[in-house]
Write a new protein. Structure first.
Length: 456
């Protein structure tokens, strides 16, 4: 009997809260029915929608294989191979059969947070009464509970997340003060603040994922200090190197990505709330209070700048994502080549590969190839973000709305790639496997050489 404990409603790697209907763990069942439970559950319920980490231990299908459970129905092609976990299947399938969802759906928790901070400030400044503030807080708490239960859906007729929440307070819950909640702000500063909060959260998660990948590379590199292989220039053998040296180089590249993410955080962790349309307001608001309540380092010093330059934080993050994905693409291409029969240096774990619909012997490095494709996709979105920032009259312009879609989709493509690459490094770069391949490839028993060197 193998059991699976129910995970919390937060991602075990990035810590992101998961709505109940998006994180429905398999029941505790015996080995024979566990595979069925995973097959019957909708894919979105089995892994984090942000970073792609599985809800259950990622070795679950390896355990099934060890217990002798058939994998044939779980894998479409290549029935003799261990099946990929659901988030890997979703990663490789892209958007062929899955929907991306409404952009503003992911802004709901941040807009609720913003509304609470703004309402508290309005009460503190005597713009709203304490009774009005209390009524708004109760309504926002009810909306938050509905969202966490997966029961708060946006109405397209109401255009955006801001209006949906306000109308739910006033029309559905009957809270008249819901209209007053919008005092001394515009949807302009509201969406810019929502996006700052959304991006800040992604930057924190992405930094954690990148650090995890960097540490994985460093740790695995340490196990390959004597894994001798060729160093290449011009795609030709140049001199003797080690596999550990190559992995450590990639770790350095990821370290620089983390530094860039830290710089983004320190540059843009300032609150646009209270900038209104970019031209401020005559209400006696306290922007320092709302900035503090939202976890910012302070308010933006100029009210016009964050509205007119809404595209800039998005483009800056898009640039970091492009560099990150380009590094992952280079890493992926190296692993693909080293895993071919011609190179014979690396054996890719079949969990991250696919079979063929016609050639049963094939083990195709699909996850790595998908990372290369996603790298091209993310880089193209950076071009779009930079283009949106051009030729705009100072102030808000509706075309800037598209920066939201571009950066959201760039994050959606990039973040699972980091998590999956970290697990590929762990599972595909095992010392014993690589040593055997290298010994056969270059005709040198590195273990024997090490022993000889140690004995003089």
């Amino acid at each position: 009997m193998m059991t699976s404990s129910a995970p919390d409603r937060t991602c075990r790697l990035c810590g992101t809260p998961q709505p109940t209907d998006h994180w429905r763990p398999p029941a505790t069942v015996d080995t024979g029915s566990l595979l069925d439970a995973w097959q019957q559950a909708p894919p979105i319920s089995r892994y984090c929608g942000l970073c792609g980490t599985p809800a259950c231990g990622e070795d679950i299908l390896d355990h099934l294989q060890q217990e002798g459970v058939s994998q044939g129905e779980a894998r479409l092609y290549g029935a003799s191979l261990v099946s990929p976990t659901p988030e890997v299947v979703a990663f490789m399938a892209g958007w062929d059969v899955a929907a991306k969802g409404a952009a503003d759906q992911s802004l709901i928790p941040f807009d609720i947070w913003l509304n609470r901070a703004h309402t508290r400030m309005l009460v503190a400044q005597s713009i709203l009464t304490p009774d009005q503030g209390e009524a708004i807080f109760r309504g926002l708490e009810e909306i938050e509970q509905l969202y966490q239960a997966g029961q708060f859906e946006l109405n397209p007729a109401l255009e955006d997340v801001h209006t949906n929440i306000e109308k739910y307070l006033t029309n559905t819950l009957g809270i008249e003060a819901g209209l007053a909640m919008h005092t001394a702000r515009s949807r302009n500063d509201q969406i810019v603040t929502d996006m700052r909060l959304w991006m800040r959260h992604r930057v924190i998660v992405l930094a954690k994922l990148s650090l995890d990948l960097m540490h994985q590379l460093i740790n695995v590199a340490g196990t390959h200090l004597d894994s001798v292989m060729a160093g290449y220039t011009h795609h030709q053998h140049a001199t003797i190197s080690t596999f550990g040296h190559h992995l450590a180089a990639y770790a350095e590249a990821i370290r620089r990505v983390v530094l860039r993410l830290n710089h983004w955080y320190s540059t843009f962790n300032y609150s646009p709330l209270g900038c209104v349309t970019g031209l401020s307001t005559t209400f006696p608001i306290d922007r320092h209070l709302t900035a503090e309540l939202l976890g910012f380092d302070g308010p933006e010093p100029n009210s016009l700048d964050p509205i007119a330059c809404r595209w800039e934080p998005e483009a800056d993050l898009g640039h970091i994502l492009s560099i990150l994905m380009t590094q992952l693409s280079n890493m992926a291409q190296t692993f693909i080549l080293l895993g071919t029969q011609e190179f014979g240096v690396l054996k890719l774990h079949p969990r991250f590969c696919s079979g063929s619909s016609i050639m049963p012997q094939k083990v195709n490095p699909d996850a790595l190839e998908v990372i290369k494709g996603k790298a091209a996709d993310v880089t193209s979105r950076l071009s779009g973000l930079l283009s949106l920032g051009r030729a705009s009259l100072s102030g808000y312009n509706r075309d800037q709305q598209w920066s939201k879609y571009l950066i959201m989709e760039a994050c959606l493509e990039a973040m699972p790639a980091v998590s999956i690459m970290a697990r590929m490094v762990d599972t595909s770069c095992r010392p014993e496997t690589l040593h055997a391949l290298l010994n056969r490839r270059i005709g040198v028993d590195t273990t024997r050489l090490r022993d000889m060197a140690g004995t003089g």
